[in-house]
Design a protein around this ligand. Structure first.
Ligand code: ZN
Length: 259
């Protein structure tokens, strides 16, 4: 478990530990307050092992509250687009770019995934990591209203496959799971591509999109077989809630990969 540990005095805390052993993630430090009667200000620094010769600390946010500043270190930044329709809620995919603009002297910004990177066209665009280093970013900062997570209807494809009563049903769940994995790959590369639009990323993005299209077609076909053989329905379409569940599962996979 990652843990915040006070470092020497009460103005500095380090985040250490993690799922993969003793991983050091970064620190927050009080840059204002304590004495002099000023309000407190905490700055968060993230450790990037891949930068510089021995890794580098990068400033990624400042906040009046230590607890809030701490959430920025290895924070999760999700897309802020609100989706209506099936299981309404905010888009569950990780953000990859930030679109921002100055309005009446204040910086407005929105975190977007690859799929929604076209929203707020005309605003400036920056890769998420660069925006964090330039302007700072707090996870789950107020958007317009609260973040609402979409409610998945079925996400346990693996469990469902285990409990399937027929071979056709089992195959159908497996196809759904494969589709979710393909969608996860595609959405991951989509996000990567909009943040870093270079040819190798474009190729990955196109390949994974094709794989997803095939996996989706395959899932639709297998679902039609299941509907016909197990329920006697001719020409059944893939229900919306299946697609919704595939999307939720895919988002879960991308998010676990980002962590
Ligand atoms: Zn999105």
């Amino acid at each position: 478990m990652a843990e915040w540990v006070q470092s020497g005095y009460n103005g500095m805390f380090r985040l250490t530990g993690g799922e993969s052993g003793e991983q050091y993630a970064g620190y927050v430090v009080r840059t204002q307050g304590e004495s002099g009667g000023q309000p407190e200000r905490w700055s968060a620094y993230e450790f990037h092992a891949d930068r510089g010769e021995h890794g580098e600390h990068v400033w990624i946010a400042s906040h009046a509250s230590r607890e809030v500043a701490q959430t920025a270190v290895k924070g999760e930044f999700l897309c802020e687009v609100y989706l209506t329709g099936n299981g309404p809620g905010h888009c569950p995919f990780p953000g990859s770019i930030v679109r921002h603009t100055i309005y009446k002297g204040k910086r407005l910004r929105t975190v977007l995934c690859g799929e929604h990177s076209g929203v707020f066209e005309g605003w400036d665009t920056m890769p998420l990591g660069e925006y964090r280093r330039t302007h700072g970013l707090i996870p789950d900062a107020p958007i317009i209203g609260e973040r609402v997570a979409p409610v998945p209807e079925i996400t346990c494809f693996v469990e469902s496959a285990k409990n399937a009563e027929t071979i056709t049903e089992r195959n159908m769940w497996i196809a759904m799971h494969k589709a979710a994995r393909a969608l996860a790959n595609y959405r991951f590369w989509y996000g990567h591509f909009v943040a870093f639009p270079i040819e190798p990323n474009a190729r990955q993005y196109r390949d994974t999109r094709t794989q997803w299209e095939h996996a989706k077609e395959h899932a639709e076909g297998i679902h039609a077989v299941y509907a016909r053989e197990d329920h006697g329905q001719e020409s059944a379409e893939l229900p919306d809630y299946f697609l919704h569940s595939i999307t939720c599962k895919a988002a879960e996979i991308v998010r676990s990969r980002k962590r």
